[in-house]
Design a protein around this ligand. Structure first.
Ligand code: ADP
Ligand code: MG
Length: 260
């Protein structure tokens, strides 16, 4: 906030080195996202995509050893997780956890209050309307994510985004576990928020399919904890054709493999 201009980055990650305590997975990651932009972050298994998600969310067992992350111009890493959410960062994890004993409605009310939203933002009417759009009404009366299928958990994450709103949504493999209809439903809601609310999105995926429904303005390829190539939407389609191996090679091949 602090009077920054619209064209300033919403999120600015610079020279980030981080990982689960004692293990460096991200090794110099740079990324800038401006308001209303949709960035696709693609990379093979183990390249560090979810590590970035966890560091952005503020998971306490992850350590940042170098670099910075600014959000709305402020030092994101200095803020506790709830404060990050309150300032407009929404994170959907690759593996949403179940919270036995906590009713979904109660959880939503707490989340809304934590973000400083009025209780009406999660009252019955908007909740049912959003749940119907996501075909999720059956799960509203269960404890958070308990006994939900993988796809239902992903719809559930999207439902929270819809109701709570955000400036930036980080969606870590929101497409995994979703069937074709699910991908379409979730993508339609996210795309609508981009158009209507100027939501910025970081879509983390290794499949190009969801990008057909949430068209990215930017695409990045993450290999071994660094972005090795960035481009527009066409880069995602090139990846689908050539795979990730070619990108490993453009990065210096042997020297990198041997960690020289
Ligand atoms: P991606 O999401 O791109 O598949 P991750 O960020 O989940 O990759 O993982 C990157 C690497 O970090 C992997 O080799 C993974 O095994 C490792 N890793 C992830 N979490 C932990 C952890 N808690 N402790 C140790 N290693 C981990
Ligand atoms: Mg992952």
């Amino acid at each position: 906030m602090g009077g920054i201009a619209m064209s300033d980055p919403l999120l600015s990650v610079s020279g980030l080195h981080a990982g689960p305590s004692g293990r460096e997975i991200l090794r110099g990651l740079d990324l800038e996202i401006r308001p209303g932009e949709v960035h696709a972050l693609m990379g093979p298994n183990g390249s560090g995509k979810s590590t970035l998600t966890h560091v952005l969310a503020g998971r306490p067992d992850y350590e940042v050893t170098a670099g910075s992350v600014r959000f709305h111009g402020d030092d994101l890493l200095a803020l506790p997780p709830w404060e990050r959410a309150r300032r407009g960062l929404f994170v959907a994890f690759q593996y949403p956890v179940a919270v036995p004993g906590v009713a979904f409605r109660e959880f939503l009310s707490e989340a809304a209050a934590g973000r400083g939203l009025p209780p009406t933002s999660v009252s019955e009417e908007p909740l049912l309307e959003a749940a119907e759009r996501l075909r999720l009404t059956a799960v509203l009366d269960r404890p958070v994510n308990v006994d939900l299928s993988g796809g239902e958990r992903k719809r559930n994450e999207t439902l929270q985004l819809l109701l709570l709103g955000a400036d930036l949504a980080v969606l870590d493999e929101i497409d995994s576990g979703l069937d074709v209809d699910g991908i379409r439903d979730v993508a339609a809601e996210v795309t609508r928020m981009v158009g209507d609310d100027g939501l910025s999105v970081l879509v983390i995926t290794h499949f190009v399919r969801i990008l057909g429904h949430i068209p990215p303005t930017h695409t990045h390829v993450l290999i071994d904890g660094r972005i090795v190539e960035s481009g527009g939407p066409e880069l995602a389609h090139r990846l689908e054709e050539v795979g990730y191996e070619d990108f490993r090679e453009t990065r210096g091949g042997v020297a990198d493999v041997l960690d020289l």
